[in-house]
Write a protein that binds this ligand. Structure first.
Ligand code: ARG
Length: 461
């Protein structure tokens, strides 16, 4: 095996400069761990770059086709290691980029040393992040639809079961379990728009911007962008370098907003499963106990959803904080955007899965739901009956308001059935939800398949 150049106390093997160990540790930060998530994407980006180098019209060629094939064979082996969780980054590598280059050089000698021609770690990491984010976004979309479907099927199962609608948490108007559940489902669905915006922003290739100023070589940025499955390359290379951190912040923002939806759902579940309400029952195995109070079944998981939502909002604030005063061009602050987006993604995806599980296990107590209908809940309906008999609305309102003691309990089922207009308790279109879910899932699967096909073409995995 040919060896890369080595020095005695080499803290930086690739650039061959010695860095104070404390400074090195501080600047490497968590990259030796975080970058593991980027390893397969780093191989993919490098494979595209290698292919491009062979097509570059220079004499002599920077890389021959045979050399590129040898590099890609090694990249493929490294990608397999990464996918199996057997890839590791040493502190003296600093990051995944130099770890991969080191491994290539260990296997291929001088050939490995050619691979970084015409690029910088700045465009390399930017490309890795975008490939990783694309993969994550497409997988998360499935998880979002899983929760959407779980809420819709819970709603359909208990569609017309009466549930007092609340404003200010006070009993307000007749509503239904179907309306409650599909209302939350629609909140989640609306979040897709944020992720789609992040996806579009992410689908642009920064490779070839190098350190942010391009290179005096005839590199083909259209080619690498196409090979990697991006919609297009960035035009301005300096602008491309400044896009680092932007997509991460957009992603964290989308995550924070989705977490708000999940947190409000969690809060409703905590509230309505309290013994004082008793509308819903959480499966006992989804609750945790107390070390002193034997009777306890606490909704800890749902409480953590609330707390983690605050944390993801904090990650958003940190992302914007890193960007807001940074001068143009690459600055090392950007490295920490990785930590923030990875944490936000992980928290949001895990929370989506947990909430899906909870909703799938949720049961209702019809008796308690019906008991939530105090006479006051029917007050607006009573006023509207007067309007139907010809009384002007404001008069009908005062008539009911002045004699609240006359309000009587009514039939909640009839009240639920009486609201037949679009999207009301008796007007929920479940077929529409089914179609939306099928279409979104199919669209994401198509995108993921074509993206993974690019990876297979480049790496064979
Ligand atoms: N780990 C670094 C990051 O995430 C890679 C880029 C380093 N570039 C540099 N000029 N020091 O930002």
């Amino acid at each position: 095996m040919k060896q890369g150049r080595k020095s005695a106390a080499n803290h930086e093997t690739i650039t061959d400069r010695k860095v104070d160990p404390d400074i090195l540790t501080y600047t490497v930060g968590e990259d030796t761990v975080l970058d593991l998530k980027l390893a397969v994407w780093d191989c993919m980006g490098t494979a595209a770059h290698a292919t491009m180098l062979t097509r570059m019209k220079t004499n002599p060629p920077v890389l021959t086709r045979a050399e590129a094939e040898a590099v890609k064979k090694e990249l493929s082996a490294i990608a397999v290691l990464a996918l199996d969780g057997r890839f590791s980054i040493r502190e003296d590598d600093q990051d995944v980029h130099m770890a991969v280059e080191r491994m290539l050089t260990e296997k291929l000698g001088d050939l490995g040393k050619k691979i970084h021609t015409g690029r910088s770690r700045n465009d390399q990491v930017a490309v890795d992040v975008r490939l990783h984010v694309k993969d994550e976004l497409l997988r998360m979309s499935e998880e979002r639809m899983d929760l959407f479907d779980a809420l819709v099927s819970f709603g359909r199962r208990h569609d017309r079961v009466p549930m007092a609608g609340r404003t200010h948490l006070q009993p307000a108007m007749p509503s239904s379990v179907g309306l409650w559940a599909t209302g939350h489902a629609e909140c989640l669905l609306r979040q897709s728009a944020n992720f789609e915006a992040t996806y579009a922003m992410n689908d642009v290739c920064p490779l070839g911007s190098a350190a942010g100023y391009g290179v005096p070589l005839p590199i083909d940025r259209e080619l690498t962008s196409r090979l990697l499955g991006f919609a297009e390359p960035f035009h301005n290379v300096f602008g491309a370098s400044m896009a680092r951190g932007e997509v991460e912040a957009s992603l964290v923002s989308s995550c924070a907003q989705t977490m708000c939806v999940l947190s409000r759902l969690a809060e409703d579940l905590i509230l309505f499963s309290m013994p004082e309400f008793g509308y819903f029952r959480l499966p006992r195995e989804y609750c945790t106990g107390s070390s002193i109070m034997p009777q306890k079944f606490n909704p800890d998981a749902l409480e953590l959803v609330r707390g983690k939502t605050a944390q993801v909002a904090g990650l958003l604030s940190a992302s914007v904080g890193i960007l807001h005063a940074m001068p143009g061009g690459y600055n090392r602050d950007l490295q920490d955007c990785k930590l923030l987006y990875m944490k936000a993604l992980e928290t949001t995806r895990t929370t989506l899965r947990i909430m899906t599980k909870v909703v799938r296990g949720l049961e209702i107590d019809e008796r308690r739901l019906r008991a939530g209908f105090s006479p006051g809940v029917f007050a607006t309906d009573a006023a509207l009956r007067k309007v139907a008999q010809g009384m002007p609305w404001r008069e009908a309102y005062h008539d009911v308001r002045d004699h609240l003691e006359r309000l009587e309990s009514e039939d909640p089922d009839a009240a639920v059935a009486a609201k037949t207009h679009l999207g009301a308790t008796a007007g929920i279109d479940y077929a529409r939800y089914g179609n939306i879910s099928r279409e979104r899932r199919a669209a994401c699967r198509r995108l993921l398949n074509s993206f993974l096909a690019c990876r297979r073409r480049l790496l064979g995995v």
